[in-house]
Design a binder for this molecule. Structure first.
Ligand code: MG
Length: 209
């Protein structure tokens, strides 16, 4: 982990931001963005991920990630595009068995979502390279396509999400926003190789150990 670069950053994750994923989780479609956070210790920039022993059901959630480039609070949606400059790909690793217990008891999700290395990220590139409303992304496990998403299917747009979150939490340079996962989440196992693609280009590679 590059602590010098990422010291004091935070990770904000949007839940249920693709209708088909909300459906597969048997969750209601949100009427406003759902968000939760991971600490900086969740960030993983290495290619090896060690499966934690506290879960029997670790799920991959591939997500487009925004990198915040300017501090802001109460950001209006029309200006939100000025607050992020790069887009990358990350995995919101989720201990689904633990999350399910948390949900049943109405407890917070941190144990299931915020553990060490639960937020692997790949490379980032400038957002000007993208048509923001038409970004394709994909996760392959052992070469087999498991999740395919497109930013056109977001329930809440990048700008909406930035505006909404910043009403509650000040965004700072270097913060990351995981924007939600499409359908197809599933279990990872030791020995798996996970590869993430954006518009056909490999952005992320991860070996499960
Ligand atoms: Mg997620």
């Amino acid at each position: 982990m590059h602590l010098t670069t990422y010291l004091f950053m935070k990770i904000i994750c949007i839940g249920r931001n693709y209708a088909e994923h909300a459906k597969e989780m048997k969750s209601e479609l949100p009427t406003e963005p759902v968000f939760f956070m991971k600490p900086d210790t969740a960030l993983l920039k290495e290619e090896d991920f060690y499966l934690p022993d506290f879960t029997k059901e670790l799920h991959h959630e591939i997500e487009l990630v925004l990198k915040i480039s300017k501090a802001g609070k109460h950001i209006e949606e029309q200006f939100a595009h000025k607050y992020y400059d790069e887009i990358g790909l990350g995995i919101d690793f989720t201990a689904r068995d633990i999350q399910q217990k948390c949900k049943e008891k109405g407890l917070p999700w941190e144990k299931a979502k915020a553990f060490d290395n639960s937020a692997p990220i790949g490379k980032f590139i400038g957002k000007d390279a993208f048509d923001l409303k038409n970004i394709n992304f994909e996760l392959r496990v052992n070469g087999v396509s498991k999740q395919i998403g497109n930013s056109s299917d977001l329930i809440f747009s990048f700008d909406k999400v930035i505006s909404y979150v910043s009403q509650y939490i000040t965004l700072k340079t270097g913060d990351l926003i995981f924007t939600g996962t499409p359908e197809g989440v599933g279990q990872v196992n030791i020995g798996d190789k996970l590869e993430g693609f954006v518009n056909g280009e490999r952005f992320l590679s991860l070996n499960i150990k």
